[in-house]
Design a binder for this molecule. Structure first.
Ligand code: ACO
Length: 355
């Protein structure tokens, strides 16, 4: 748990952006791929459809558009960025980092760039890092990105996982602000003993890629969803409460909760346990599925562009993911203007702009 120590600068979001690919994969489409039904998926998860990256789109291509939009909304150019903190489980390659690939495509020539690896909690961890860097004066402009092309690591013969995940990217620009504004408190946690509950067994140093690992489908996500469910609800609720306590606020002070979109039933359970009304909890899982580290910045950009946040509002961002990892960030909103509606730009435009 971190509160802003005396003497540190504040850090706030001055721009947001998102991008989702054009291709829509519906529950009906999945009915033709595995033994499932639209009804089961909607009832158990709340998902109707998810976006899937085009074959020639990698995570860096999705991240690029989200980053460009975030910088545009902040009125900044790529050269203004001091650091890029990119959260992902699906980098373009193991080496170099996805952040470095984005840095090159973006032309952020003055930025240090690196990846954060915390599954669905990655964006919240990224905000914690950015706040520390800005607070201590190591950087003035930090671009935090959450991006996933989960369709590349999902086994479309496994109905337990393939109905859940989608592709997308979201980004936020963080800059210094007055004390008492911006990120008021961050809570981050993990429990590595739960690692095997959600894992990709092969391809790393403990089980290097081989013909056998490919044959055994070891490079795809394996998940024991029921076990994660309970931990997710408890960890997200506790993370939100910890940040409130650190900021000397209570649940009634929350104007908007932007939770990681893992499952509508998880969102409902967290909302109930916190005692928040329906309209204060953002849910877009119906349209995008679970986009892991991208889900919070995508949701945040949507609410900003819909004009749902005004200066002084308290926004809570809460996540849970593989690792296990969890965390929350409590923000006193400072960004004034509602921006242009978020649009999914055509894949062709991304290719032209990004390569
Ligand atoms: N279609 C039809 N039936 C299915 C499907 C499907 N797509 N998937 C599972 N089932 C079946 C199961 O086989 C099981 O059948 P059985 O009773 O005959 O064995 C039955 O439905 C119930 O299965 P459960 O796993 O108990 O279903 P549950 O209600 O728990 O829902 C789900 C599964 C949606 C995965 C849920 O547990 C969940 O959302 N868990 C949390 C996931 C999560 O938060 N992950 C972390 C973030 S992701 C990240 O970090 C990358």
């Amino acid at each position: 748990m971190i509160r802003r120590p005396d003497g540190m600068r504040g850090a706030t979001m001055t721009g947001t952006g998102m991008y989702v690919p054009d291709r829509v994969l519906t529950n009906r489409d999945l009915e033709h791929m595995v033994e499932t039904s639209d009804e089961w998926i909607r009832e158990r998860t709340g998902i109707r459809e998810r976006r899937i990256a085009a074959p020639d789109q990698a995570s860096s291509d999705l991240a690029l558009v989200a980053a460009q939009r975030a910088l545009e909304s902040a009125g900044l150019s790529p050269k203004d960025v001091d650091q890029i903190v990119l959260a992902t489980t699906t980098p373009d390659r193991f080496l170099p980092s996805c952040a470095c690939t984005v840095q090159a495509k973006l032309g952020a020539v003055n930025a240090a760039a690196y990846d954060v690896f915390a599954a669905c909690t990655g964006f919240v961890y990224g905000l914690g890092i950015a706040r520390g860097i800005i607070g201590t004066g190591q950087a003035d402009t930090v671009l935090v990105i959450g991006v996933e092309t989960l369709s590349r690591i999902v086994d479309y013969t496994d109905r337990n996982t393939c109905v859940l995940f989608g592709d997308g990217a979201g980004a936020a620009v963080l800059q210094p602000c007055a004390e008492g504004d911006g990120i008021l408190a961050i809570s981050m946690g993990s429990d590595g003993s739960l690692g095997e509950v959600l894992e990709i067994p092969a391809g790393g140093s403990s089980c290097p890629a081989s013909a056998g690992t490919v044959q055994a489908r070891g490079h795809f996500i394996k998940m024991r969803g029921r076990e994660l469910f309970k931990v997710a609800v408890r960890a997200m609720e506790e993370s939100v409460r910890r940040t409130l306590e650190a900021a000397e606020l209570t649940v009634v002070d929350i104007d908007l909760l932007v939770p990681h979109q893992a499952n509508q039933r998880i969102l409902d359970a967290v909302r109930e346990r916190l005692g928040l009304p329906d309209e204060k909890v953002i849910a877009n899982i119906e349209r995008y599925g679970n986009t892991s580290s991208a889900s919070i910045p995508i949701s945040l950009d949507e609410v900003v562009r819909e004009g749902r946040l005004k200066p002084g509002d308290h926004v809570s961002l809460a996540a849970f993911g593989g690792g296990a990892t969890w965390g929350a960030s409590l923000v006193r909103w400072t960004q004034p203007a509602p921006l242009k509606p978020a649009l999914a730009v055509p894949a062709a435009a991304v290719r032209e702009g990004g390569r």
